[in-house]
Design a protein around this ligand. Sequence first.
Ligand code: CDP
Length: 248
Amino acid sequence: MGGSADKPVLFQDGKRIDGRALDELRPLKIVAGVLKEAEGSAYVEWGGNKVICGVYGPRECIPKHDANPYKALMKCRYTMSPFASLEEHGRSGPNRRSTEISKVIKEAFDSVVMTGEFPKTQIDIYVDVLQAEGGTRIAAIAAATVALASAGLPMKDMISSVAVGKVDGHLVVDLGKAEDNFGESDMPIAFKHRSKEIVLMQMDGRLTPEELGANIDAAIEGAEKVYALQAEALRKSYEVTEKQEFRM
Ligand code: CDP
């Protein structure tokens, strides 16, 4: 975020750096049920991001003293692979950024997964970023929502996510890496699909109160497009399961 001597031209002839219109999402592909052993899983390609998510549980809570007698404990571990981008990711283990992203993802899903149905257990969401190109936490949430739903876990609502922001004075939807790094503002945001309640909102840079409102409106529209693809991915995974069962 912010200016730099190496700042590329982000906006020209009414188009963004990758030729998109202001409210246009990068190509987004979502596939549910990609891992054999996980209860639920999803793979997401969003622009240059490649993210895979596996959900395990409800299962025994470890350590046992963390177990809550009234509900399941949600856990999330977001990591970037060593080859996710040119930035350095070689050191093993969590770092400050991945710890923060894991925490905000977990908190987003705390608000929709009906953990009260599974006391004394834990539900694990693992997200690995195989390739990163701006907006990985948003792609991680898109994958985790589909993975949780494909695990058959009861949820009050689906979560859909998108980043919005300001680039060369323009409100843009779904920032790519250069826009994220060199734009004036970047705001990842996630909504409960039906109620539009915000379950994650972070921001780099600056926006006026009016710009903030316009960004949230644009994010609601962007997230709606993401939701359509999430629902489609789940529908397709059930069709495949039904066909496989039919053949047996
Ligand atoms: O990925 P997201 O936009 O949610 O998080 P960010 O911290 O704003 O990072 C923006 C982008 O910078 C990431 O998507 C990556 O492309 C890149 N990045 C990276 O590759 N390695 C890092 N340690 C931090 C950022």
